[in-house]
Design a protein around this ligand. Structure first.
Ligand SMILES: *Cc1c(COP(=O)(O)O)cnc(C)c1O
Length: 389
């Protein structure tokens, strides 16, 4: 009998904190309970029709049936440059400052392999999207967690990172607008990041997945707007959340050409790019998208106001996010993250994500995603009002 033994890189992963909740969700559904799932960060609405039509048409074209180019169609990379030019007036070179990604998660997961040697430190926020830390560990790097705390506006306290860590650090991940806290970054903060990067020779990887999902006229700054940012970092971007395209797997990274080049080199040894018909659809998505963005932002604004208003009425101190489709909220005093989310699941059939699942500093919080209709949000609030906590 073969002994199948996992590699250390898998064995070292912490137990999956959401597994227990997933099990409870399945169990409740099996019992016939009408579960309201506020757990997943996946848009419930379909991809806009013009994008689907564009894919259907491109899929008929035999030119797009062959292996794609590694770094992406020239026309796709040019569309990305045009987007940055329009959005923040930044001139990018499509040849060496842009690379297409099979979803931004793919690029975030691969970038440590291009630059991190065993023992190098990577600064990662916590709570956070789990990929930054896991990818660092897969590459043999040592993650150093920067806590995101309420008293700092959920920005890392750069001054609190020990000098010995800064001396060993080679890369830093950031994500604003932020998942899971819904926090936003100021331009001042990004300036401090660039200064730190230069002082300590640290590459900056900014995850900008929620760049367009913002409310009340707020326009989240790009890291690359910051003077000097192009010399120290790259920005990861996704079509997933902006255009309801999570299933399509398309994103991109832009910025410093040496960093983009390293990522591209890893990728060309592992994958073979994105189906070109999907890239054609991606170009269509980014083209002339003002009306769509407004529609998307209005939808989430209404849901946000309803959910945050309802939670506050119940005495839960939900933050009003300026961006992202997440509501981040402290659990009631008598609960932990886990016990509160278990209570919601068992007593009222509501799925919320326990904050500690994103990292220890998320303990004491839960996250709800605005990915269900207003009717379902109202139903969830009704149930909560009836049952209490
Ligand atoms: C959803 C999400 C992503 C992943 O986006 P894809 O382009 O679909 O891979 C990346 N970062 C954050 C913070 C996310 O929430």
């Amino acid at each position: 009998m073969l002994k199948i033994e996992k590699a250390e890189r898998l064995k070292q992963l912490p137990p999956y904190l959401f597994a227990e909740l997933d099990r409870k969700k399945e169990e409740a559904r099996d019992r016939g309970i009408d579960v309201i799932d506020l757990g997943v960060g996946d848009p419930d609405q379909p991809t806009p029709k013009n994008i689907i039509d564009s894919l259907c048409q491109a899929a008929q074209d035999p030119r797009f049936h062959r292996y794609p180019s590694y770094s992406g169609l020239n026309s796709f990379r040019e569309a990305v440059c045009l987007w940055y030019k329009k959005r923040i007036n930044l001139e990018l070179h499509p040849k060496n400052e842009v690379v297409s990604l099979i979803g931004s998660k793919e690029g975030l997961a691969h970038i440590p392999f291009a630059f991190i040697n065993p023992g190098d430190v990577v600064l990662v926020p916590s709570p956070a999207y789990p990929v930054y830390k896991v990818a660092t560990q897969f590459a043999g790097g040592i993650p150093y967690e920067m806590p995101l705390l309420k008293q700092n506006g959920f920005l890392p306290d750069l001054g609190a990172i020990p000098p010995a860590i800064l001396a060993q650090a080679k890369m830093m991940f950031l994500n604003y607008p932020n998942n899971p806290t819904g926090a936003i970054a100021t331009r001042e903060f990004f300036k401090d990041v660039v200064a730190l990067a230069n002082r300590h020779n640290i590459m900056i990887c900014h995850d900008y997945a929620y760049s367009e999902m913002a409310f009340d006229g707020y326009l989240p700054p790009s890291f690359l707007e910051t003077p000097g940012a192009m010399e120290v970092g790259v920005e990861f971007h996704s079509l997933s959340k902006t255009y309801n395209m999570t299933g399509w797997r398309i994103g991109f990274a832009v910025g410093n050409s040496a960093i983009i080049g390293g990522l591209g080199q890893i990728k060309s040894n592992i994958d073979s790019g994105i189906f070109e018909a999907v890239q054609i659809a991606g170009i269509e998505a980014m083209r002339d998208d003002a009306a769509w963005l407004k529609e998307m932002q209005t939808l989430y604004t209404e849901r946000r106001d309803l959910l945050v208003g309802g939670l506050r009425k119940l005495g839960l101190p939900a933050e009003l996010p300026k961006a992202t489709f997440y509501v981040w909220c402290e659990v009631p005093k008598n609960h932990t993250s886990a016990s509160f989310c278990a209570h919601l699941m068992e007593k009222v059939g509501i799925v919320a994500t326990p904050g500690n699942g994103f990292g220890a500093p998320g303990e004491g919080y839960f996250r709800m995603a605005l990915t269900v209709s207003k009717e379902r949000i109202e139903e969830a609030l009704d149930r909560l009002t009836r049952v209490g906590f």
